[in-house]
Every structure is written in structure tokens, then in C-alpha cells.
Design a protein around this ligand. Structure first.
Ligand code: HEM
Length: 522
């Protein structure tokens, strides 16, 4: 026996080693058995309840255009966690705060991946996904940390206040020009362009010129629309490479246009950096990251373009939708519009313009925004999550790769939490005592009944900027102008489901200047 061991190892040590090896092997086998038993148990667990659907098509033929309402109706029958097969894809729909908590907090790491729409996947052509769609991996963490540190950190937000002010004044001036001519504005477009220009100014110092602005807006909007445009390839992945509806090709075209625009911006920036002209903005940070980043985890020009595109998409339509809904609700109930304007006059008066520093005193305007985000969350399903492995939620099996829909539209209308008037637009519900106001803070809350920005590690990274912008923009528009519907136009508060939950008919309104001095508009 001794010969079988190297000479410096005694028989005693050999026996101990052998016993230890044996024990470890047994432990290892035991763990494998346990795991496979658990795996089998997980597999044996049923899927969440849900409609049976038809062979091959599943429930696809029965889905209604307003998918958020359709899923909410199903939840009434099947409960807070339900499964539904659409074509070959399995969806699990979460409709209660406590189940949302299981997904977004208790099992956050497993669920912090994305289900990528076929049209977006088609466009990747083998390249790496961007921040919005990347799985929960080190590349995603690098992008997210960079955005959080360079754009959203409180100190950076503070530094960038003059940029936001400049863009806000530009918006007010543009609307004033329309007011003087007595012509209407498209509210969604006003907010969209404000946000797009503001974002570009934050990223590299200047917004788009008038000529590029329109094309850029069109390309970004088209890109956003295509995320969740009904696409047969999403439900029958086998046909995805053929891109049967041409949606992937449309994404490619819109992406191509935006990247061409960004290439010019980057070229200009590189020239400035080459002669030592630096502003310390986000684009410079990203270009530095390409040069000096970790070679094991390279950050490429392709990553840079995609990241900027993500920021453009995630920030523009969300803010635009909130502003449009808020304004529509106020036009629907002019008494609330008057209360908001009275607050603005009390806090600011009519002799100066709204400043960001006023926001903390604008309780009613802030409450309008919070209520709008509750009743009309721009992302009613968040951005769909996806588990990286099979898991168990509420005693049901959820297979890896399932598309997870957290139906916050339904959660935000839960009468158990919001009361019998949950369907009504009532900003006052956010004006209760100081304690309650803190409980209803826009930020992540422990009870998961208010999730306009999501929660957990995939929560909106731009939350602090988004919150600031919607309140500042609404306050500036309400303070500077009276708003009227054009003659013979009646307002319908109908929703239309899409990548963002918009007002079915774009809100077109007539602004009328309400401040004393013209210099407050330029
Ligand atoms: C009112 C404004 C906004 C709303 C309501 C909003 C809402 C959301 C929601 C619901 C998500 C998905 C969360 C999840 O899947 O769990 C999200 C993700 C995201 N948002 Fe926002 N957002 C807003 C503004 C912004 C702004 C201004 C920016 C950028 C500066 C931004 C950047 C992002 C990014 C990059 C993601 C993806 C994060 C990731 O996947 O890791 N958002 N947002």
C-alpha cells in the first residue's frame, strides 16, 4: 500500500485522505441526488394556472389589443400569478404586490435577465446586447455602474442643473412662439424633444439642430415602437431568422440612421479631445472607457452607440407619456389644473420662472406626477424580466426562459391598497400626512404596490433624473401657459397599449401665455 503513495506521505495520512475523499465523494453524490431530486420536484410542480389555449397558437387568437387590460381580466379568474402560452412562448403574468416582491426582491438575481424581442435580436447579428436587454452579467453591471456614476449620481445631477435649465427655457420659448401665433402644440412631442435635447446636452454638450431633430425624433420613436410591435417571430422563434414581418429590418434601418448621427457626434468630440478640450461629460467618459477599459471586459464603439441609444429611448418616451397623461387629466378636470397653478403662483409668483430648487415646495404638482405614474405607468409591464434557471414562485414552477410580465398597471389599481377609488385620478391621495407621503415615495417601496420605475437590480437606472424632469417640465408648462383644447375637440382618456402606454389620441392643445413679462419666455 505504502508504495502507492509518495514517500513523504505516511500510511495514517493516506488512510485519512482516503476516508476524507470517500466522504467528500459521498457528500458530492448526495448533493447531486438532492439537486436532481429538487430539479425533478420543481419540474413536477405545476405551471401557474391559466387559459388552456389552442394547439400551436395557444391563446394568441384571444389576446385583445389593450394587452394590459386583457391580462388584468385574466388575473381576476386565475389569480396573482398565471401562465399563458402565446404561440410557442410561455408568459407568466404577475398581478399582486406580494408576488411582484418575490420576483423583484426575494429572487431578484434569478429574474434580473431580459426576454429580448425578436426584432431587437435580429438587429444584434451576433453582437453583445445593450444595457436595456443585457443579461445580469458583468458587462451589464459595467454599463449600469457607468451610467449611475456619471449621469445619475446626486453630485453629477447637481453639476448638470444649468444644462437642464437651459433646455427648459428653450422649450418654454418654443411653446411661447406657438402661443403668439395662436397655434396648437402636440404635448407628447414637446416633452419628447425637451428630454431628447436635454439628454444629448448632458451626454456631449449640445442638443440637435432643428434639421436633425425631427429625423432623430422619428428614428428614436420608430425604434421604441418596434420593441413590442406585435411580431409573429416573438411567438414562433423558429421563424425569427426570416424576420417575416420585416420588423427586424426596420429596427436595423432606424438603428443605422441613429448610429450615423452618433458617428458624427463622436468624430467631433474626438477632435476636441485631441486638442485637450474636455468638458468631463458622459461621452468623454465612454470614449476613455474604450481606450483604457479592462481588456478582459472590453467596451467597444458598438457598445458605446448602443448605450447612448438605450438612454435616448429609455428617457424620452417615458417622460413624454407622463407629461401627456398628466396634462390630459388636468384638462379633463380643470379644477385640479387651477389648484396646481395656484400653488405655482403662491410659491413662485408671476414675476420669475420656475427653478428646479422650487420643486420641494410644489407638493400638489408633485402629487399630480405621482398619481399620473400610478394610474398611467408608461411601462405597464416594466421591461419584461426572464429567469436564468427554473424556479418556484408561489408553489408553481416557472421554467428558465419564461417571459415575466409584472403587470404594474393592475397592481397600481389594486383596491386593497389604493381603496375603492383606485380607478380615479386623485393627486390628493399623495398629499396625506408627511409619513404617508414618505411611504408613497416614488422610489422603491417595501410593499411593492407602487412600481412605476420597477424595483430590484433592474430598476430604472435613470429614476432620479426622470423624477426630476417630469415635475420640472410639468411645473414649467403649467406656470408659463394656460392650456386649452382646440375648439370642437373633445378629450377622450383612452389608453393604447404599446412599448409605452400612451393616450390613444395624441393630445393637441393650445397654449396661451400667462406670465406678465415677455422676458420670462426667452
Ligand atoms: C418618468 C420617467 C421614467 C420612467 C417611468 C421609467 C421607468 C422605467 C422602468 C419601469 C424600467 C424597467 C424596470 C424593470 O424592468 O424592472 C426602466 C428601465 C430603464 N430606464 Fe427608465 N424610466 C424613466 C426615465 C428614465 C430616464 C430619464 C433614463 C435615463 C437617463 C432611464 C433609463 C433607463 C434604463 C437605461 C433602463 C434599463 C435598466 C436595466 O435594464 O438595467 N429611464 N425605466
Amino acid at each position: 500500500m505504502a508504495l502507492m503513495f509518495p514517500s513523504n506521505i505516511s500510511v495514517g495520512t493516506a488512510i485519512v485522505t482516503a476516508l476524507l475523499t470517500l466522504s467528500l465523494t459521498r457528500l458530492f453524490l448526495f448533493l447531486i441526488c438532492l439537486k436532481s431530486k429538487q430539479g425533478k420536484e420543481k419540474q413536477l410542480l405545476p405551471l401557474p394556472p391559466g387559459p388552456l389555449g389552442l394547439p400551436i397558437l395557444g391563446s394568441l387568437p384571444f389576446v385583445k389589443p389593450n394587452v394590459h387590460q386583457y391580462f388584468s381580466d385574466l388575473a381576476q379568474t386565475y389569480g396573482p400569478i398565471l401562465s399563458i402560452r402565446l404561440g410557442y412562448k410561455l408568459f407568466v403574468v404577475i398581478s399582486s404586490p406580494s408576488t411582484a416582491r418575490e420576483i423583484l426582491k426575494d429572487q431578484d438575481a434569478t429574474f434580473a435577465n431580459r426576454s429580448i424581442p425578436a426584432a431587437i435580436l435580429f438587429n444584434y447579428n451576433g453582437s453583445r446586447p445593450d444595457l436595456l436587454w443585457a443579461p445580469n452579467d458583468s458587462h451589464w453591471r459595467l454599463m449600469r455602474k457607468t451610467v449611475a456614476r456619471e449621469m445619475i449620481h446626486p453630485a453629477r445631477l447637481e453639476d448638470m442643473a444649468p444644462i437642464r435649465r437651459r433646455e427648459m427655457r428653450r422649450t418654454v420659448e418654443r411653446v411661447w412662439a406657438r402661443a403668439k401665433m395662436g397655434v396648437t402644440v402636440h404635448m407628447r412631442e414637446v416633452a419628447f424633444l425637451t428630454m431628447l435635447n436635454m439628454l444629448m446636452s448632458i451626454l456631449w454638450g449640445e442638443g440637435a439642430n432643428d434639421c436633425d431633430e425631427e429625423n432623430l425624433q422619428r428614428a428614436v420613436r420608430e425604434h421604441i415602437f418596434l420593441f413590442f410591435a406585435p411580431n409573429v417571430a416573438d411567438f414562433f422563434p423558429v421563424v425569427a431568422p426570416l424576420d417575416p414581418q420585416g420588423l427586424g429590418r426596420r429596427v436595423k434601418k432606424a438603428t443605422g440612421w441613429i448610429i450615423k448621427y452618433l458617428e458624427k457626434v463622436v468624430e467631433k468630440k474626438k477632435q476636441k479631445m485631441a486638442v485637450g478640450e474636455r468638458r468631463g461629460d458622459m461621452l468623454e467618459v465612454l470614449l476613455d472607457l474604450i481606450e483604457t477599459g479592462n481588456p478582459q471586459e472590453p467596451f467597444t464603439m458598438d457598445d458605446l452607440f448602443k448605450l447612448i441609444l438605450d438612454l435616448m429611448e429609455a428617457s424620452t418616451d417615458s417622460v413624454a407619456t407622463v407629461i401627456e397623461w398628466a396634462m390630459a387629466e388636468l384638462l379633463h378636470d380643470p379644477k385640479k389644473m387651477r389648484i396646481a397653478q395656484q400653488e405655482l403662483d403662491d410659491v413662485i409668483g408671476k414675476h420669475r420662472v420656475v427653478e428646479e430648487s422650487d420643486i420641494t415646495q410644489l407638493h400638489y404638482v408633485s402629487a399630480i406626477i405621482k398619481e399620473t405614474l400610478r394610474l398611467h405607468p408608461p411601462a405597464p409591464f416594466l421591461v419584461p424580466h426572464c429567469p436564468s434557471s427554473q424556479c418556484v414562485v408561489r408553489g408553481f414552477s416557472v421554467p428558465a426562459g419564461t417571459t415575466i410580465i409584472v403587470n404594474i398597471w393592475k397592481i397600481h389599481r389594486d383596491t386593497d391598497f389604493w381603496g375603492e377609488d383606485a380607478e380615479e385620478f386623485k393627486p390628493e391621495r399623495f398629499l396625506a400626512t408627511e409619513k404617508e407621503m414618505n411611504d408613497f415615495n416614488l422610489k422603491w417601496n417595501d410593499q411593492f404596490y407602487y412600481l412605476p420605475f420597477g424595483a430590484g437590480r433592474r430598476m430604472c437606472v435613470g429614476y432620479a433624473l426622470g423624477e426630476k424632469m417630469v415635475i420640472y417640465l410639468l411645473a414649467s408648462l403649467l406656470h408659463s401657459f394656460e392650456w386649452r383644447l382646440p375648439e370642437n375637440v373633445t378629450l377622450e382618456l383612452q389608453e393604447k397599449f404599446g412599448t409605452v402606454l400612451v393616450l390613444a389620441e395624441e393630445l393637441v392643445v393650445a397654449p396661451v401665455a400667462r406670465l406678465d413679462k415677455p422676458e420670462l419666455y426667452v
